[in-house]
Ligand binder design. Structure first.
Ligand SMILES: Nc1ncnc2c1ncn2[C@@H]1O[C@H](COP(=O)(O)OP(=O)(O)OP(=O)(O)O)[C@@H](O)[C@H]1O
Length: 499
């Protein structure tokens, strides 16, 4: 039995080298992300290494919440701090926060788009951000809200509301750290904008079939390297761009390659472009460059005392050694029926070994890492979304932003750590946020196998105020009982929400 057993009573933790008290705007000390050997490599020639390659990310947490039961909507209720750049702004104005999408006076085509997505009521971030985003003249915005709370729809509505399809030029660009996230955002733009006459969109991710083609679109969503190349090669006419959005903005501005490319993209756009930055996490040091990147921005940040992941039931599996991790994982999968899950590992080779071994055991598994070509990555994520692969094994490449509603469990096979091998609670938070989306209840399992992983997990639990349930591999009958109960109660909670 490892020391991990001590986690059972987190209230009794003692922190020798106590991390700084977390705040929404503070971060743990992080080394500049560096690719550890055998971790992810750049997926495409012109792209900066995205999050996966850096293998580690910043450490910031988002707020969470009590769960609020609404009619058809169970949204995490959390407090946000809103700081307006305009001292004249009136927070009592009804437009300061809207309770209904109809209060926004959006064009009819967008109201229809919202209805087609079954969005009846705005989430808290949408309530707060949309009136600020839609103001004229346009103002910059830095917006933070926890994972799965609808940031994409907030910036997409603003993009589409500012797009005039009678002008045949790109008018908005959204950039994201990975091709998967860019493709996902583009999907939201297309569904939300489906009733706008003549709307044309373009996905700017590395794609050999698009080489040298002119971009003929009103809205472009992509990764920053490709967007930058398209503008520089004059395949994308940026002269009419009015809105620039950075999703996962802290990651985009923090990682060296992505940060440089994002800054270059902005320099290639008209000077008064509305700059919108969204993320669940904004470490303080990144927030400082955010304010330079998006000057005089209205800011929406989370209350600092809400740094938890309450909607996600946390468990940990205490295994005796690194070698034992695989057998324990397999045993775990053998006991449970899990609708759809994501397993996060640190290294590509671990991902491919797990994929081979689990496939040999009859599991429907897919693996997505930066080792794959772009088109292969697209087909893996598509297979997972449509449910033909039930288990997705991946690195930090998919830690952020990916929204697959069916994911009921996230497994940290390897604990997320920074480049200097410290616990990385922020990446933990983004990873586990792939489940429990938009108020659903999710389940997360973390494997601890030695003193280091145990200490790192303790730090993460302390930082995020998590009290995990221990699963003891010495008693698999009990593991089965406990996990089945947890899965059942989360399923029931989610059913209640859908009812
Ligand atoms: N107003 C709404 N009503 C119902 N569902 C919504 C609403 N807004 C967003 N959603 C749904 O919530 C889910 C999460 O949204 P989204 O992916 O935008 O979250 P996010 O805040 O960007 O998360 P992350 O920080 O992980 O990127 C999506 O499936 C989206 O369709």
């Amino acid at each position: 039995m490892s020391d991990a057993a001590k986690i059972e009573n987190p209230a009794s933790f003692s922190w020798a080298d106590d991390a700084e008290t977390p705040t929404t705007e503070k971060t743990q000390d992080q080394a500049a992300p560096a690719s550890a050997p055998a971790q992810e490599a750049a997926p495409a020639a012109t792209e900066a290494k995205p999050a996966e390659d850096a293998s580690v990310e910043q450490s910031q947490t988002d707020g969470a919440s009590e769960w609020q039961m609404g009619s058809a909507l169970l949204e995490p209720e959390f407090d946000v701090n809103v700081k307006l750049n305009d001292l004249q702004a009136d927070p009592d104005s009804p437009l300061f926060s809207v309770k209904n999408f109809s209060d926004l006076n959006l064009p009819e085509a967008l109201n229809k788009g919202l209805a087609s997505l079954n969005f009846h009521k705005p989430s808290k971030i949408q309530e707060r951000a949309l009136p600020l985003l839609l103001k004229n003249p346009a103002e910059n915005l830095i917006g933070q809200s926890q994972s799965g709370t609808g940031k994409t729809a907030a910036f997409t509505l603003n993009i589409l509301a500012r797009t005039d399809t009678s002008v045949n030029k790109p008018q908005a660009i959204a950039i994201a750290p990975t091709r998967e996230l860019a493709r996902q955002i583009l999907g939201v733009v297309q569904i939300m904008g489906q009733f706008m006459d003549g709307l044309k969109t373009y996905c700017a991710v590395p794609d050999p079939s698009q080489r040298n083609k002119q971009v003929d679109a009103h809205v472009v969503v992509g990764t920053p390297g490709t967007v930058m190349d398209l503008i520089r090669r004059r395949q994308l006419d940026a002269s009419g761009v009015k809105v620039l959005v950075l999703d996962e903005a802290d990651n985009m501005l923090d990682l060296q390659g992505l940060g440089d490319q994002s800054k270059r993209v902005k320099k290639l756009l008209p000077p008064h472009v509305q700059t919108v930055l969204f993320s669940a996490t904004f470490p303080e040091r990144v927030l400082a460059f955010c304010s330079v990147f998006a000057p005089n921005a209205n800011t929406i940040t989370l209350e600092q005392n809400k740094l938890t992941v309450e909607g996600i039931k946390q468990m940990y599996l205490d295994v005796s050694s690194d070698q034992d991790k695989y057998d324990s994982l397999l045993k775990f999968y053998g006991l449970m029926t899990i609708a759809s899950s994501i397993i996060f590992v640190k290294r590509r080779d671990t991902a491919s070994q797990l994929e081979k071994r689990m496939t040999a055991e009859g599991h429907h598994v897919a693996s997505l890492t930066g080792a794959l070509e772009g088109s292969e990555r697209d087909s893996v994520i598509d297979r997972f979304r449509e449910g033909s692969a039930k288990v997705l094994i991946t690195t930090n490449v998919l830690a952020r932003g990916i929204d697959v509603q069916s994911v009921t469990m996230v497994i940290n096979y390897d604990i997320p750590e920074t480049a200097d091998r410290k616990a990385d609670p922020e990446t933990f938070l983004h990873r586990v946020g792939r489940t429990g989306r938009f108020g659903k209840v999710g389940v997360a399992l973390t494997l601890v196998h030695d003193r280091t992983s145990w200490q790192q997990f303790q730090e993460i639990c302390q930082y995020l105020n998590i009290q995990p349930t221990k699963l003891d591999t010495g008693d698999w009958d009990n593991v089965e009982r406990v996990v089945k109960q947890i899965i059942k109660s989360s399923r029931n909670a989610n059913k209640g929400m859908e009812a």
